[in-house]
Design a protein. Structure first.
Length: 268
């Protein structure tokens, strides 16, 4: 707790009980969050000024400590009452600017070693927990001026739509085509093209030997099919389902390998 050590050294003469040391630590946490002490008591006194130090007589009442604070930007004024109830300290803090109230209960033995009041390096324990209790129980509810903004959670890694077939591709400007996906070699790619209204993906429901994922050099439907289609009948890049054999030795299924519906029906 940087800065608390010189404060504790200055206040050491007034610290005679464990609750005094705890109030000193609470005071420093308020200072760290942008508040300065004005003085003791419920009402302001003459010639008050904001200070990082504890005011004279702050430890006079060992049962109820009353301190007033003001933010460095003068937007908030706090009235702190630390009330001892047996071995616990109840912190009641009211923001006089907004009339908001915050309460925190601390067990003195959880944060102070009573046998080491003379040794700053041993008197405090669980300092990080004390900081968290003050920040979450007092500073955050009253919206202190120096409250640290919560860090936004790290954005999840952007998954490219090409990596997940269930993700919709990003919208494209009018007049443009979606970027084509590479033709997969997997036979399970069948059906992917039917998800793309722009026809920029491969793998439709119709098994097309020309687009089965394996390269077929020399076969270009846009150049025409001798005896069947003239050149230019199929636009370049258009999906084309062959209606007849394109040559001997061509791999892939035969488009006519199944009989027509009702083939063996004598009434057809």
């Amino acid at each position: 707790m940087a800065g608390l050590e010189p404060l504790y050294a200055l206040a050491r003469a007034a610290i005679s009980r464990p609750q005094d040391a705890l109030v000193c630590g609470i005071h420093w946490e308020l200072v760290r969050h942008g508040y300065r002490c004005l003085g003791t008591g419920d009402q302001p006194g003459p010639d008050e000024r904001k200070s990082e130090l504890l005011p004279a007589g702050w430890e006079a009442n060992k049962e109820v400590y009353t301190l007033r604070y003001k933010s460095t930007d003068d937007a908030h004024e706090l009235l702190l009452k630390a009330i001892m109830v047996e071995d616990s300290m109840i912190l009641n803090v009211m923001d006089r600017s907004s009339q908001k109230v915050a309460d925190v209960t601390l067990a003195v033995a959880d944060y102070i070693n009573p046998e080491h009041l003379d040794d700053f390096h041993k008197v405090y324990k669980n300092t990080e927990e004390l900081r968290t209790r003050i920040a979450s129980g007092i500073i955050a509810p009253l919206r202190g001026p120096a409250e640290k903004a919560e860090k936004e959670p790290e954005s999840k890694r952007d998954v490219h739509w090409d990596e997940d077939p269930l993700r919709l591709p990003p919208r494209q400007p009018m007049g443009t085509r979606a970027p084509p996906r590479p033709s997969p070699l997997s036979p399970f790619a069948v059906g992917g093209e039917d998800l793309d209204p722009f026809g920029g993906r491969s793998g439709g429901m119709i098994v097309d030997p020309l687009h089965s994922g394996f390269p077929h050099p020399g076969i270009d439907p846009s150049s025409g099919i001798p005896g069947r289609l003239p050149p230019g009948a199929v636009p370049p890049g258009a999906r084309f389902d062959p209606f007849g054999p394109l040559g001997a030795g061509r791999p892939g299924p035969d488009p006519d390998h199944l009989p027509p519906p009702g083939y063996d029906d004598m009434f057809m």
